[in-house]
Design a protein around this ligand. Structure first.
Ligand code: SF4
Length: 304
C-alpha cells in the first residue's frame, strides 16, 4: 500500500516560528499550481506503470484550506483516476481555523476529505500572539462545531508546548479546553526554534526569553498522562488517538512504508529511493509545464 503526500505551499502570512516550505502573497499561482499537481499525479502514474494501491492521501502545508473545495476535488479526482484508491482511504487535510466557514467545510467533505487537522496551537491569546497565528480560540470552537455539522467524524487538533513565557498551568488549560472539544486525535509538538525565523531572532536579541526544555518535558509528560486518562493512546512521538482513530498516514511514515510526495518541495520515499521536488511554487509549476510526458529529472532520486 502506498500513501500520497500533497504539499500546498500557500499561507496568508508567515507565523513567527515557521520555517516550512510555504509562501505568503503567492495566491495568484494557486490555479496553475493545482493544474501542475494534477499533471504530476498523471506523470507519476505513467512512471509507476500500474495503478498503485493508495490507502491514505494527506494535504499538508502551508495552508491547504486556502485552496477552494473545487480545487481539492480536482486533485482528488486525478488521484482516483490514476491510482487504485481504496474504498476506505483516509483523506486528510490540514487547515487553519481562521480560513474555514460552514459552506466550505460541507463542500470539502463532499469532495471526499474525511479527516480534518486543525492548527490550534494554543487556547491562550498571549501564545497565539507570540506565534503570530491569525485566529483565536473562539474561532476554533466555532470551527469544530461547523466541522461536526459538515459530517467530519475524524478531527485532529495540533497543539504546541514549550513556548517562551508559557507557564505549565497555561499549557494545562489549553489541553483541558481542547479536550472539551472532543476531537478523535491530538498532535502535540514541542516548539523548536528554527534558524532564520522571527521568533529565533527575537530570542537571540533577548526580546523574548528562550524556551525552557525541562519545562517542555514536564508539559509533555503531563499531557501524556492527561490524554491517557481521557481515553487516548499514544502511538507515535507526537500523536495520540482514541481507539481505532490513529492516523494511518502518520503510521505509514513511522513504519518506513512507501509514500509519494507531490507538490513544491515535497519529499517522497518509494522503491528504495527518496525524492524531493523543486522547492518554490513557481519552479515546481515550470518543471511540470516542461515535463512531457515523463522526465525522471523532475524529481531528484537519491538512494535511501
Ligand atoms: S500557517 Fe502553518 S505553514 Fe503557514 S506560516 Fe503558519 S505555521 Fe507555517
Amino acid at each position: 500500500m502506498h500513501s500520497l503526500y500533497i504539499h500546498v505551499p500557500f499561507c496568508r502570512r508567515r507565523c513567527s516560528y515557521c520555517d516550512f516550505n510555504t509562501y505568503a502573497g503567492q495566491e495568484h499561482l494557486q490555479a496553475a499550481y493545482v493544474a501542475a499537481l494534477v499533471r504530476e499525479i498523471g506523470l507519476l502514474a505513467v512512471a509507476a506503470g500500474e495503478a498503485l494501491p493508495v490507502h491514505t492521501v494527506y494535504f499538508g502545508g502551508g495552508t491547504p484550506s486556502l485552496l477552494s473545495p473545487r480545487q481539492i476535488a480536482q486533485v482528488l479526482e486525478a488521484v482516483a483516476r490514476h491510482f487504485a484508491l481504496t474504498a476506505d482511504a483516509e483523506i486528510s487535510l490540514e487547515a487553519n481555523p481562521g480560513t474555514l466557514a460552514p459552506a466550505y467545510l460541507k463542500a470539502l467533505r463532499q469532495a471526499g476529505v474525511n479527516r480534518l487537522s486543525l492548527g490550534v496551537q494554543s487556547a491562550h491569546p498571549a501564545d497565539l500572539h507570540l506565534l503570530e497565528r491569525d485566529h483565536d480560540f473562539l474561532t476554533v470552537i466555532r470551527t469544530v462545531a461547523w466541522a461536526r455539522q459538515a459530517g467530519f467524524d475524524n478531527l485532529n487538533l495540533d497543539l504546541m508546548l514549550g513556548l517562551p513565557q508559557q507557564p505549565l498551568e497555561r499549557w494545562q488549560r489549553t489541553v483541558e479546553l481542547a479536550l472539551d472539544l472532543a476531537p478523535e486525535h491530538f498532535s502535540l509538538y514541542a516548539l523548536t526554534l528554527e534558524h532564520g525565523t522571527p521568533l529565533a531572532h527575537w530570542v537571540d536579541r533577548g526580546l523574548v526569553p528562550a524556551p525552557d526544555p525541562d519545562l517542555a518535558a514536564e508539559m509533555y509528560l503531563w499531557a501524556d498522562e492527561r490524554l491517557r486518562q481521557a481515553g487516548f493512546r499514544q502511538y507515535e512521538i507526537s500523536n495520540w488517538a482514541r481507539p481505532g482513530m490513529v492516523c494511518r498516514h502518520n503510521l505509514q511514515y513511522w513504519r518506513n512504508q512507501p509514500y509519494l510526495g507531490l507538490g513544491a518541495g515535497a519529499h517522497g520515499y518509494a522503491g528504495g529511493f527518496r525524492t524531493v521536488n523543486a522547492l518554490t511554487p513557481g519552479a515546481y509549476i515550470r518543471r511540470l509545464e516542461d515535463a512531457a510526458p515523463w522526465k525522471p529529472s523532475m524529481a531528484s532520486p537519491s538512494p535511501a
